[in-house]
Design a binder for this molecule. Structure first.
Ligand code: AMP
Length: 426
């Protein structure tokens, strides 16, 4: 069934369907098919779905449908609140809501607020209220404390990427926000994973929710080709350059373990004639936004990033993701590779597996029910053997971060804690 037919069947208005069509949504995604009718009925929903599944549309369209049907909101009070873990996701969700709302006859105001930038423009932006607020929890509380908005009229709450909200330590802020909301409201919780803490949060928040789980891991999705390449630690940058040239890549997101590595690897690629730039938490918010915009606009060929970019960022047609350093956990692996193969596009996720990281990668594979052949690329064949004293290989282990052949020294530990610069990277 086409998106328009489906939308008509469940009662979405023509202006919303027109906007969805303009975004190129021709067929509803599984999470949309399952969640939207329930949300429109006013039910609470618990959905296991990750970025890339179409989850934003799944909650945004029913929210907008409900808001447009309600009496004019004057003076405007916040009626729908979407809490997200990161600034990037806040901006992205706000953009989707605004695009979808653009043809509504009575305009709805969508405000997006997040920390790390001056609060004043956001306070000004909230003058006259807003129908929907998309926010990171800390900044939302700051704004409430500044009397810039009130949450007493919120009748729909969305927690987007709830696992990430908890991962990033927002549990206290979340509890403080929930205490400000009216008891009578609809609650929607989206999360890629439902480990203990997330499920506990869901159980405390949701009332008789409809529970939905769409494919929980992208590797189940045949459009992401996963590859593992065995390579020596010191050859990784050269291999990256080689693959970039020989495989005809145009846009690549490369994950590394540290900000330092992001700087060094991108610099080396840049010097080798590849337009590469780093992306990490030490860049200002303005610089981060600019990198993403320029990457989307194909100004950069390669962005080398820490796990900061592993969630939330939606870059359509991102064909290749490379794990230069392995992720620390199986969950991070899922989030990283989920940056490619989005919205029906095919993609490749390539992991560089050094001898020292082999055991760690095997654990990730085990968790993901995955078994990838180790490719050897001619000219870059792996020659190293794993250190005799293996680094800890628990899933929270160090990926490729350890120093080969040694127990971690005091310096290594300080490096790992970010207190000393990392040693040079090949
Ligand atoms: P999300 O999982 O919400 O981050 O969405 C990922 C991407 O899928 C975004 O670029 C959306 O615009 C796109 N998208 C959402 N729903 C659909 C759909 N039904 N058909 C095609 N693309 C979609």
């Amino acid at each position: 069934m086409s998106f328009t037919q489906f939308g008509q069947t469940i009662g979405l208005s023509a202006p919303l369907l027109r906007a969805a069509a303009e975004l190129g949504w021709t067929i509803p995604t599984p999470v949309q098919v399952q969640a939207m009718p329930a949300i429109l009925r006013g039910a609470d929903v618990q959905a296991q779905a990750q970025t890339g599944s179409g989850k934003t549309g799944a909650f945004a369209l029913p929210l907008l449908q409900a808001l447009q049907g309600q009496a004019p909101n004057a003076p405007r009070r916040v009626r729908a609140l979407v809490l997200v873990p990161t600034r990037e996701l806040a901006a992205q969700v706000g953009e989707v809501l605004r695009s979808l709302a653009q043809h509504l006859p009575a305009p709805l105001k969508v405000a997006v607020v997040f920390g790390g930038v001056s609060i004043n423009p956001q306070m000004m932006g909230l003058r006259g209220g807003a129908d929907v607020v998309v926010a990171t929890p800390g900044r939302l509380l700051d704004l409430v404390n500044h009397n810039a908005l009130k949450l007493g009229a919120v009748n729909a709450l969305v927690l987007d990427e709830a696992d990430r909200l908890l991962d990033l330590g927002f549990a206290d802020e979340l509890a403080a926000v929930l205490a400000l909301l009216p008891a009578q409201r609809q609650n929607l919780l989206f999360s890629a994973t439902f480990d203990g803490a997330v499920q506990k949060l869901a159980d405390g928040l949701l009332r008789e929710p409809l529970k939905i789980a769409v494919e929980s891991t992208p590797e189940l999705d045949p459009i992401i080709l996963q590859r593992a390449i065995a390579v020596d630690t010191a050859k990784r940058t050269q291999l990256l350059r080689h693959l970039f040239k020989t495989e005809g890549w145009t846009r690549v997101l490369v994950f590394v373990a540290t900000k330092y590595a992001a700087e060094i690897v991108s610099e080396k690629l840049y010097k080798a004639g590849i337009f590469a730039t780093p992306f990490h938490g030490e860049l200002s918010q303005g610089a981060r936004t600019q990198v993403i915009e320029e990457f989307k606009a194909e100004r950069w060929e390669v962005v080398v990033t820490t796990d900061l970019a592993s969630r939330g960022i939606d870059i359509a047609q991102l064909p290749v993701v490379v794990n230069y350093d392995l992720p620390r956990s199986a969950t991070d692996y899922v989030h990283r590779i989920g940056r490619t193969g989005r919205a029906g596009q095919s993609g490749q996720a390539i992991s560089f597996v050094t001898a020292d990281a082999e055991a760690h990668f095997q654990l990730i594979e085990k968790r993901q029910n995955l078994s990838l052949p180790r490719e050897q690329i001619v000219g870059f064949e792996s020659t190293e053997v794993a250190a005799v004293v293996a680094a800890p290989v628990g899933l929270a282990g160090p990926g490729n971060g350890g120093i080969k052949g040694k127990r971690p020294s005091k310096k290594d530990k300080l490096r790992a804690a970010g207190k000393l610069p990392m040693p040079p990277i090949a």
